[in-house]
Design a protein around this ligand. Sequence first.
Ligand code: CA
Length: 244
Amino acid sequence: MAKTGQKILIVEDEPDIRKLVNYNLAQERFKVLEAEDGEQGLKIVQRDKPDLVILDLMLPGLSGMELCKILRERSETERLPVLMLTAKAGEADRIVGLEMGADDYLTKPFSPRELLARIRAVLRRRSTEVQQGRPEGVRAYRFDGWELNLNTHRLRSHDGTGVPLSNGEFSLLVVLLQAAQRILTRDQLLDMSRLHSDEVYNRTVDTQIMRLRRKLETDPTNPRYIQTERGSGYIFNVPVETVY
Ligand code: CA
């Protein structure tokens, strides 16, 4: 059950979809705000400070992508959960949406039940992060030209490209960077990154490490950053700068 009055803004130019979403969310005790274009959406975000934004990708004027980018660039909204709606189902669009900083992504047509499940998952993830707390005041970690932003969860490579990370990969990378140049066992990595408590992760730490290497390393088979310590675990083996 939603906490009474959690505010959800829907930015969508199709009145029928706004109506459908408004009706279904109101049933679940969410307070729903509506905007029919990006400019209006931005004004409502600033004025009413919603807890989550459902953002249509194709909007007249300011697009959903542009609005998402603006929200992520401003410190007061960089952590505002954004659920992107789109008519496009392509994987490329999904990745672009997540790179722009959307927390999740839903393809039209969607069922109200699925929308609610996604909203709850995103809100729960955000509140868990707040409770677990990050290291006091740490905004980002930098290493060798890379930056991992802890507010937006975005990883940026040398050349400024955004690299999408799953939640599991993000938590694991945070742990590795926090403990840079110290060996961590698989159990420690699993415990500290809480891979097992967030979503259902069937994959082992090793598999997640392999995926991270593919995203980070020039040669994943001969890794420079995330190195294997035979018989003991893993070590993030380059210096990491903490940004406050
Ligand atoms: Ca639209």
